[in-house]
Design a binder for this molecule. Sequence first.
Ligand SMILES: [Zn+2]
Length: 305
Amino acid sequence: MAQQESINILEFQQRFQTNDACRDHLFKIRWPEGLTCPICGSKDFYKITTRNVYECKCGHQISLTAGTIMHGSHTPLYKWFWAIYLAAYDKRGVSALRLQKELCVSYPTAWLMLQKIRHAMGGQDSRYLLAGIVETDETYIGGSKSGGKRGRGTEKTPIQAALSVNEEGCPEFLKMEILNDITGQSIRDFTEKHIQEGSIIRSDKYSSYKKAFEDRLYIHEAERFGIEENPEHLKWLHQVIGNVKAYIVGTYHGIGEKHLQAYLDEFCFRFNRRQFSGQLFNRLLNACMNSTTITYQEIILPVST
Ligand SMILES: [Zn+2]
């Protein structure tokens, strides 16, 4: 990951008080070499600030926010900056209710802003593949519909988690995704999407894992000992899964399956950048600049509680 400028809350608050300041910052990220008109080659533009658009003397217009999550939004840029800042730094995840109060926006606006930010987080992490040694396991989140049964065979939402670890066994990068089921084929599809071929995959001995890796394009190491004999087995992954569950239950009570992936993406994004604390705002802002816009219709709005 490329280095980004560090910023603390005091610097942030002083620097981004106005839309002009936010616009200048976005401009520098988007066009570090300056803006050149693709029609006439001129570098002379003037700003149409009401629409975050730059217009060349030839009449050609270029939007600063096109292709970003902020495009088409009526919310001022400085409020977007604050939403991104809070989403980047609050380890428990900022709620729509809190954003509504802090930014003086409506609940639906706050909710949609956060969903768009989560969409950008997921999009950014989808650019990376796990590689090397990767621990994987499944977990289940949500209310059970089958009389309180736990684990495999319940009707909770199955989620596959994969965590790359270094040679000392310490965690590096995390991916989590909702699966339709925990069959060998589903695990295989998840693996091909998120893990580089040839990687070492560590899992338990569940038959679906054996089936998923029988063609040996990955090096599969199933648990050789029971957890009693080897407490180190998938230790970090199990700890991370525990943290994800606490985060989902603690911050976002009772979210439906429709939105669960977005919250998993948010958790993974922050986890994967835990070493870059000062840079989190600019890292997330960059992700938001590279994201395709999603609309109201694509994220059906829930009823405010
Ligand atoms: Zn021009």
